[in-house]
Write a protein that binds this ligand. Structure first.
Ligand SMILES: *[C@@H]1O[C@H](CO)[C@@H](O)[C@H](O)[C@H]1NC(C)=O
Length: 345
């Protein structure tokens, strides 16, 4: 019967293959590999690009409060980092050092010397010590780039708003928008050059979908219109507008900006939420939405690998976020699933 013949040939083929595996020393089954032979020979793995750093660290600035109106901690001086920002960085191949906003200057400065990039999170604090800390760190980031390092900054939501205030030197420049807890499309500015920006390595079909499907998460009361942004000479010379979005009342606000001269990107939207937050309805969790989170994270860490900073390994270990444990916060209704809580320092 033809079927039997085929089966016999198949058995012979398998037998020959097993024989060749046994007699051919270059092909090793996984169980034969250990001890005497290295897992991979150096010759087969070319040296990685020596100008890139493959152990990058991102500093994330903590925000005042416990994220849940005191339901997790009432202690004065408490601050938090939503774990979604930490996972976002980790998912792209970097580790995190928390920059606790009310630590002494000297300690914050020491931590900045241990990182290869910084992330400012969302939140609500627009004044006081938090604002001053953001302003000081931003200044240092620019100085570090001016001194020859490639030292990236991501600023998300509140981070975007604070940079807008700081760069324009106008604390009243923000306008009110209705964009709380909603997914939106992203409209790319016509003729915007995405080369060298966060969007450069997005697949073209994903970029197209972002302009027609609600794939990015918004959660903000404030923002800035393109007209006001462009009319401010300081803002428009520092940043190029890459995208805009519309709020519930069809009012247009600036949603993504990229610095013309520094590796600084600011998002009015929340790239970290699609993959890592579940507490608020409306967060897109489709495969396309998850791809967006991943591509945005990849760009930050890719930029951080270009940093020339090579921190002392032991000091890094002493300061990593792994020295803290996240708290499950979803049940407290603050909108985050997990948060890192930092007591007064
Ligand atoms: C914080 O204070 C509020 C109001 O007094 C109280 O309801 C809440 O239980 C306190 N939170 C903690 C974690 O103790």
């Amino acid at each position: 019967m033809p079927n039997d013949a085929v089966f016999t040939l198949f058995l012979i083929a398998i037998f020959n293959f097993l024989l060749s595996v046994q007699s051919h020393p270059a092909i090793l089954l996984p169980s034969q590999r250990h001890r005497n032979s290295p897992v991979s020979s150096p010759a087969s793995c070319p040296a990685p690009n020596p100008s890139l750093y493959y152990r990058p660290i991102i500093g994330i600035l903590s925000h005042p409060g416990d994220s849940a109106s005191g339901r997790i901690s009432n202690a004065t001086g408490t601050s938090y980092i939503a774990a979604s920002y930490v996972k976002f960085v980790e998912a792209a191949g970097a580790r995190v050092i928390p920059l606790i906003y009310n630590e002494p200057h000297s300690k914050l400065q020491k931590k900045l010397d241990l990182v290869n990039g910084v992330l400012f999170t969302g939140g609500s604090a627009k004044s006081g010590l938090y604002f001053e800390t953001v302003r000081r760190i931003f200044k240092k980031i620019l100085e570090r780039n001016d001194a020859g390092d490639h030292f990236p900054l991501y600023a998300t939501c509140l981070g975007f708003e604070l940079l807008t205030m700081i760069i324009s030197k106008d604390n009243n420049i923000l306008e009110e928008f209705s964009a709380l807890n909603q997914a939106s499309t992203l409209q790319f500015v016509e003729n915007a050059n995405i080369e060298g920006t966060v969007f450069q390595r997005f697949p073209p079909d994903l970029l197209k979908k972002m302009s027609t499907e609600c794939l990015v998460m918004q959660n903000h009361r404030y923002g800035i219109s393109p007209g006001k942004f462009l009319a401010n000479e300081k803002l428009s010379s520092f940043f190029e507008i890459l995208s805009t979005c519309k709020d519930e009342d069809d009012k247009v606000y600036v949603s993504t900006v990229y610095s013309r001269n520094y590796p600084v990107t600011a998002f009015q939207w929340h790239p970290e939420k699609n993959t890592f937050e579940w507490g608020v309805p409306g967060i897109p969790h489709t495969e396309d939405a998850i791809q967006i989170t991943q591509h945005v994270a990849n760009f930050l860490v890719g930029e951080a690998r270009k940093s020339i900073n090579r921190p002392v390994a032991q000091e890094v270990l002493d300061n990593l976020i792994y020295n803290y444990s996240p708290t499950y916060a979803g049940k407290y209704g603050g909108g985050f699933d997990e948060v890192y809580i930092f007591a007064q320092v």
